[in-house]
Design a binder for this molecule. Sequence first.
Ligand code: HEC
Length: 198
Amino acid sequence: MTAKKKMAIVVGLACGAAFLLTLQAQQRPSDGPRYTNGTNLVRPTDYREWVYVGGGLGLTYDAARNPQDPPRFGNVFVNPSAYRSFMQTGKWPDGTVLVLESRFSETDELVSERGRYQAKLRGIEAEVKDSRFPDGWAFYDFGNADSLRDTAEPLVAEVVARCVECHTKNTAVERTFVQFYPTLLEVARQKGTLKPGF
Ligand code: HEC
């Protein structure tokens, strides 16, 4: 083969690869889920730079928890591209990552007896909408703050059955608690994507 021909092949391959990469970039948002072996989710370390959609205080669903214990905060963040898409459609696009950051709450009696503020991290959970999963969604638990995992496998069996049940029966939009995220709720109402009853 002549040097010219070889060169032509190399250039051709490079163009092909660049084209495929561009296609992929168009299909999958760059801030979307990152996996290690196809479905194990890499814990997003920059989620605090994502969009904060809202959160609750004491919205616990742990039946074993003592109601006398101080309430915890839940902060919910979503990747910016999914947020922008939701703002336009009232639905979550493929490649949505929602992070639930749970924090202990404290009081400061000098300031107010009843007010509570957010304190130490307790744990991180996540939820992903991705067509690679059989029913389009996966749930993850990165564990407690003192032993956070860098990657997590999708939850399975009875563990995920609990997540799915509550996140199907009680949620306002798809598998998410949009009723607790005021700006999203308004958009979902306008776009008519709320489930009946909301
Ligand atoms: C009995 C109900 C219930 C169960 C079971 C449950 N959740 Fe949730 N989840 C909630 C509520 C209520 C919220 C609203 C936000 C908050 O807690 O402040 C929420 C919010 C979330 C969010 C933020 C995005 C959203 O959907 O609104 C994630 C991520 C999440 N849960 C993950 C999980 C995972 C993982 C499991 C299973 C291990 C799980 N949840 C089980 C009730 C539940």
